[in-house]
Design a protein around this ligand. Structure first.
Ligand code: PRX
Length: 641
């Protein structure tokens, strides 16, 4: 990659020099589902409960709720109390017998050239068969099922099959290594694990089964491993534990009853990194999650029945759950799943696929946009992009330069850019434009209808215009996480105690004079590397797993493409001295402990780390040091080996 092509990365103060608003085109507004976005938002915000109740009525319920919202046990809020549903009844069952059943539900392609299409009817049968297979393996309501798969149709089938029978799925991103996977499986107490023999990424074949075998060493809860045969080589199967997916599913009947779930029954657990080494197990439920995801999708993306939607997110992250799988299926439209990275073998792969499948909405992360931008405009041929009518961005702040490139080159100035701010914890979009409102490059605009967001100080007081503060959500919403699996107290402490009365997002933001919000990154030690969320503490634990390391501290550094990269400051044990080989070796340990996404770009060997009197590492000082600021009290930091 030519360094002169690298986009600038000025995100933090974008609001100061980017006040120009881009208006939607008249032809977009003419066809938009909601034309008067301001009036729509005002109505929703006047009576959010009525708004959410109306949104819930868009879905199928076996039994209606008795009460829309219950806050009698704050902050363990309940939505659609006593309502009975199942997200799968909404994703699949209700489409069967309608004209949607013959529509394509999933289009899948992989880097390795494999392809598959499933209609709603076919997907329905596949899900039913796996659901019956799971039942045969004695999986039922409330059991946890671990899923370790790349972005292949079986990932969607597995999630839906679990939900169908009331089991709770927990997907781990296939970029995580064995010990990270082990921690997650142990924490949730999974009874079964669904994986594949291999996965494909660029020209690499990942030996996923091997990672699973390593992760399960010493595990006592997993009784069976279901293995999707994705590659061609023989697979090492463990007797009495492992079963091939095909062998399990093939003989099963193609109908399976959908379990009637309470609105508040857990649907899935998804781990995410925070400020301590142990990731948090976020719990989402069948009812409110479905309502929030369905409503936000239809509204922010102006969904039409004819849409072909491509979210490049992997099912291992919340975007993959909410918007690659659940939302498009609830809406009865076509979703694209792509295994690998669609810039391989050439950077125009993504545009060719958009043309091939007539993709109308592309939803991706700024990192990928910047990477494509850096490859040069020659790859982005307008004739391949004709089907696109709307573009989305997610996962990290988008810098105005990348926004404008996306808007001009990919969107050809016709497609609104929907920059969606949200989190694993929020389940669905919190701050995102309505597609007919004026947009400002780099701003996620305003809170979604029915959501009340604010920028406040430590005491919860509203910050003045153009002053950075904590982003909070003032009122509960249906798709919010319900708890941390097994740790309700931690849930309360992390999200509701920092600023009493509000949901604490952990992000900083600025509100400009027009009420537009500008995200400024995290207030805590959570990094966003290529849009992937990873806590510095989790990386530090991986670094210190190396035998030579006495202590380590990790910070985030701005990175032109990835938004942020990790740098580790390492103090070695006596008897070890730094050299290139050791540096490589430590990186290998991180890869082994956590996976390739967490490998630090840089390691600096130092004699000591700056600490508070109580012994806490002061990462802020490390960041200042990195920025070249002169420091006091940095014992050992500047004394290199
Ligand atoms: O810092 C915010 C950033 O990603 C964090 C949530 O990460 P995760 O739970 O992995 O979910 C990512 C996908 C929703 C947030 O606290 N973030 C997410 N979307 C944006 C963003 N930062 C700026 N702009 C966004 N659109």
């Amino acid at each position: 990659m030519d360094a002169s092509n690298l986009p600038k990365l000025e995100i933090k103060n974008a609001y100061l020099h980017n006040q120009k608003a881009y208006k939607p085109t008249a032809s977009f507004v003419k066809k938009a589902n909601v034309k008067q976005w301001n009036a729509f938002r005002e109505k929703a915000n006047k009576d959010p409960l009525a708004y959410w109740e109306k949104a819930a009525k868009d879905l199928f319920w076996y039994m209606p709720w008795q009460k829309v919202f219950d806050d009698s046990e704050k902050p363990f809020y309940k939505w659609f109390v006593d309502g009975k549903t199942n997200i799968v009844a909404n994703c699949l069952d209700r489409h069967i017998g309608t004209e949607v059943e013959n529509k394509t539900a999933i289009i899948w392609e992989s880097d390795s050239g494999l392809k598959r299409k499933l209609t709603y009817k076919q997907l329905f049968y596949e899900v039913n068969k796996l659901a019956n297979g799971l039942k045969q393996l004695r999986i039922g309501k409330g059991d946890r099922v671990a899923i370790y798969l790349q972005n292949i149709p079986e990932a969607a089938i597995a999630m839906l099959a679990c939900a169908k029978i009331g089991a709770i799925h927990s997907v781990t991103y296939a970029g995580f290594a064995a010990s990270a996977l082990r921690k997650r499986i142990d924490d949730e107490g999974a009874k079964i694990l669904i994986t594949s023999d291999v996965g494909y990424r660029r020209d690499k074949e990942l030996d996923m089964k091997h990672i699973v075998d390593e992760a399960l060493q010493g595990n006592r809860t997993v009784q069976n491993v279901i293995v999707v045969q994705h590659g061609k080589k023989p697979v090492n199967m463990k007797k009495n534990r492992d079963v091939f997916y095909e062998a399990l599913v093939q003989p099963q009947p193609k109908y399976c009853d959908t379990e009637m779930m309470d609105a508040e029954d857990p649907l899935f657990i998804l781990f995410n990194s925070g400020t301590v080494e142990r990731p948090k197990a976020t719990v989402h439920v069948h009812g409110g999650y479905a309502v929030g995801v369905n409503q936000s999708f239809k509204l922010a993306f102006d969904i039409k029945d004819t849409d072909v939607f491509w979210s490049t997110a992997d099912p291992g992250w919340i975007t993959g759950h909410s918007y690659t799988i659940y939302a498009p299926l609830m809406a009865g439209i076509t979703t694209i799943m792509y295994e690998g990275v669609p810039d391989f073998p050439r950077p125009d792969k993504i545009w060719r696929l958009i043309n091939k499948y007539g993709v109308t909405i592309l939803y991706t992360a700024p990192t990928f946009i910047r990477a494509l931008m850096a490859q040069g405009d020659k790859w982005v041929k307008p004739e391949l992009l004709k089907s696109l009518r709307l573009l989305g961005s997610v996962g990290e702040p988008i810098n105005p330069e990348a926004w404008k490139w996306y808007y001009t080159k990919v969107g050809r100035k016709k497609c609104p850019i929907i920059d969606t701010w949200w989190q694993t914890e929020t389940g669905s979009f919190m701050i995102a434009p309505q597609p007919t409102m004026p947009l400002k490059p780099g701003s996620a605009t305003m809170a979604m209808p029915g959501i009340e967001a604010a920028v406040v100080d430590k005491k919860g007081r509203k910050m003045p215009v153009n002053k950075s503060g904590f982003l909070v959500i003032k009122k509960p919403w249906p798709s919010m996480m319900r708890t941390i699996w097994g740790e309700p107290q931690r849930f309360k402490e992390l999200y509701f105690e920092p600023i009493p009365g509000y949901y604490f997002t952990g992000d900083l933001a600025v509100r400009d004079k027009d009420g537009y919000l500008w995200m400024q990154g995290r207030t805590d030690d959570v990094l966003k590397i290529a849009g992937h969320r990873i806590g510095t503490a989790e990386i530090e634990a991986a670094v210190t797993a190396h035998k030579s390391v006495a202590e380590a501290a990790v910070i985030g550094k701005p990175h032109k493409i990835k938004g942020e990269s990790a740098k580790a400051f390492v103090v070695l044990k006596d008897g070890f001295s730094p050299d290139e080989k050791l540096e490589k070796d430590i990186k290998k340990t991180i890869r082994k402990q956590l996976g390739p996404i967490a490998v630090t770009d840089e390691i600096e060997f130092v004699k000591g780390l700056p600490k508070t009197r109580s012994g806490k590492v002061m990462r802020r000082l490390l960041k200042d040091h990195e920025a070249g600021k002169p420091l006091k009290n940095t014992t050992g930091l500047t004394e290199r080996h």
